[in-house]
Structure formats: C-alpha cells, structure tokens
Ligand binder design. Structure first.
Ligand SMILES: C[S@@+](CC[C@H](N)C(=O)[O-])C[C@H]1O[C@@H](n2cnc3c(N)ncnc32)[C@H](O)[C@@H]1O
Length: 312
C-alpha cells in the first residue's frame, strides 16, 4: 500500500523543505476541473484518471522521503542497470539512487533536485562514495530537465507528477527504461511490477514497496506497407497494439505488444516479431522472426505509408 502524503504519519517521515530560495513552492500538482483540496489517495487518483482529469498545477508538493537502500538496489535491478547506462533520477533527494547506480552497477548518471541543500548533500555523498566523476547532481526543476540523454529514468514522486511527466516519457527513445517507486502511470500499465519488503521505509503502515517498470514503446501506430501489396494497419495504445494485416482485399485481425523497439504480433495461425528502426527515409518495421501463416513475411521490411494508402 503506497503512503498517503497527507496523513500525519507521512508527514513524520517526510523531511519538508520549503520555500525555495526564490520563494516559489516545490512541485505542486493536482488535477483541474475545480478540485482544490483532497486527500492524495490511490483511490482518488484511480477515479480522477477514470474521469479523464488532466494533471495541472494546483497543489500537493513532493516531499523528501528516501527510498530505502535495499529498495534502491531492487529498482536498479528491475531496470537491468549496467555500466552502459546513464541513469537520471527525477527529484534525487540525497542522491542515493544515482550514487548506488554508479558505485554498485558501474553506471553514470545525473540527479536533478529542487532543494539546494539536498543537492549539496548529494555531491558530498558522491565524493564519499568515490563516484563523483560519474554521479552528477544539479539544482534543477525536473519539469525543465532534458530527459533524452537517459537510458534509465528513476522516480519516487507522486501519481499526479508521474501523469504530468507521461507525455514526455512516452516521447523518449524506444527502449528507455523507466522505474517508479510506488506510483504508477495510470492507463499506461507497467511492463513489470515487483513488490519488495521495505523495513527501512519511513512512511506507510506496511513496510512494502511496489516497483513499476516501463520500457518506452516505439511509435508503430498507422499504416505499414510491405512487398507484393501486403500491408499492416496498426492501432497503438502505449505498448499494446491491435490491427489488421494482409493484402488490402483480405485483411486478418492481429494483436501485438511492444517491448521498446521490438513488436510481437500474433494472429490466428501465426506470429511475427519485428524491430522498429528510424532510418533516413523514415521509420521501418523489419520482420526478424515469423512462424505459421506469417512465415512468408520473414525478412521483409515494411515502411510507414505517407498517407492512408500503400502505393507502388
Ligand atoms: C520522495 S523524494 C525521492 C528522493 C530520491 N529520489 C529517493 O528515491 O530516495 C522526492 C524528491 O523530489 C524533489 N522534488 C520535488 N519537486 C521537484 C521538482 N519540481 N524538481 C526537482 N526535484 C523535485 C523533492 O525535493 C524530493 O527530494
């Protein structure tokens, strides 16, 4: 059960830093349509999302609450962090996620944090851990941060903040891994969720953390054109895909699921695996595995149609 930031128990565990040097409050987010004050509960957010309320700046700040060390390690393991990764922690607190990524997993990374003294503390912690050359910390608003350099993004924020970030996260390079401690991203269901014991957690009655992983899906919605008049019409919602495939006169229903740039498709009688790539001529889907009725597609490359028809 995630913590409720509005309960007295949560306030005890949260180190509150406000106001900022410029007098502005920390990240304040809520939902619009005339809602002003409310308890920030998972139930509230589920209902707000179901009603399609758009996140907008209104209320509720993200306090400084640390991710316990064992949970930090689990978050980085869930993302499969290695020395090849650049880890970006949005709202980095005392720097522990980026520092652990560097020290234990050999990664490099950046933490952005709005509270100056936490940034200073993070830099000192990175020095002490001997990873200051690979763990950078900046006093910076996470909403004004360039996310594109990251191969892994970690978050321990609030549901509304996750939702406000969602469009920018979805636009990242396919394959970018995102891990959120406790909070999900509404209708964008995680690719994987794990629950870990969190005896060191300073908030919540149950000392348990939920960790959610998403792999940014490639944008594959639209019409794709292959050889010999074959086409795929794909509709995409986050990582889930539905559509039709075949010659225009004999289209068969299909379903699919993306994991980053890899699209798994299945239909009655066969399945295929494709890789999305962005080339100089635009995006392509290359069939890298196919079986059953789909076997003839093996090795084909489909190109995105310019309009609503496949020509040539
Ligand atoms: C729940 S703490 C998580 C700290 C750390 N990531 C961890 O997991 O241990 C959230 C952090 O986000 C910071 N924060 C809140 N709003 C922010 C904003 N707009 N930009 C950057 N940091 C922000 C807070 O100061 C706080 O340190």
């Amino acid at each position: 059960m995630p913590f409720l930031f509005t309960t007295p128990e949560a306030s005890k565990g949260a180190e509150r830093h406000r106001p900022r040097r410029d007098g502005r409050p920390l990240a304040r987010l809520g939902v619009g349509r005339g809602l002003s004050t409310f308890a920030c509960t998972a139930a509230f957010w589920a209902s707000a999302c179901a009603q399609g309320l758009a996140p907008m700046p209104v209320m509720e700040e993200v306090p400084f609450i640390t991710t316990p060390d064992n949970v930090t390690v689990s978050m980085l393991e869930l993302a499969g962090v290695s020395a090849k990764d650049f880890v970006l922690d949005l709202g980095s607190g005392d720097g522990r996620i980026v520092i652990t990524a560097a020290r234990r997993f050999g990664a490099s990374g950046l933490g952005v944090e709005i509270v100056p003294e936490l940034v200073e503390r993070s830099r000192r912690n990175a020095q002490t851990a001997g990873v200051a050359n690979r763990a950078e910390f900046r006093e910076q608003d996470l909403f004004k941060t360039d996310l594109t350099a990251a191969s892994v993004i970690t978050m321990y924020l609030l549901p509304a903040v996750n939702l406000a970030l969602r469009p920018a996260l979805l636009a990242l390079k396919p394959g970018t891994r995102l891990v959120s401690h406790d909070w999900d991203m509404g209708e964008w269901t995680p690719d994987r969720t794990v629950t870990v014991q969190a005896p060191g957690k300073t908030v919540g009655r149950e000392k348990i953390s939920s960790l959610h992983l998403w792999v940014v899906p490639a944008p594959v919605g639209g019409l794709w054109c292959g050889g010999a008049g074959l086409q795929w019409q794909l509709r995409q919602q986050f990582q889930m895909v539905q559509g039709q495939a075949g010659p225009a006169a004999d289209l068969q229903a299909l379903q699919g699921r993306l994991q980053g740039a890899t699209l798994h498709l299945w239909a009655p009688g066969g399945q295929a695996q494709t890789e999305w790539q962005m080339g100089p001529q635009g995006p392509t889907l290359r069939v890298v595995g196919a079986s059953g009725a789909w076997a003839p597609w093996q090795g084909q490359t489909l190109r995105k149609a310019n309009g609503d028809r496949c020509t040539g």
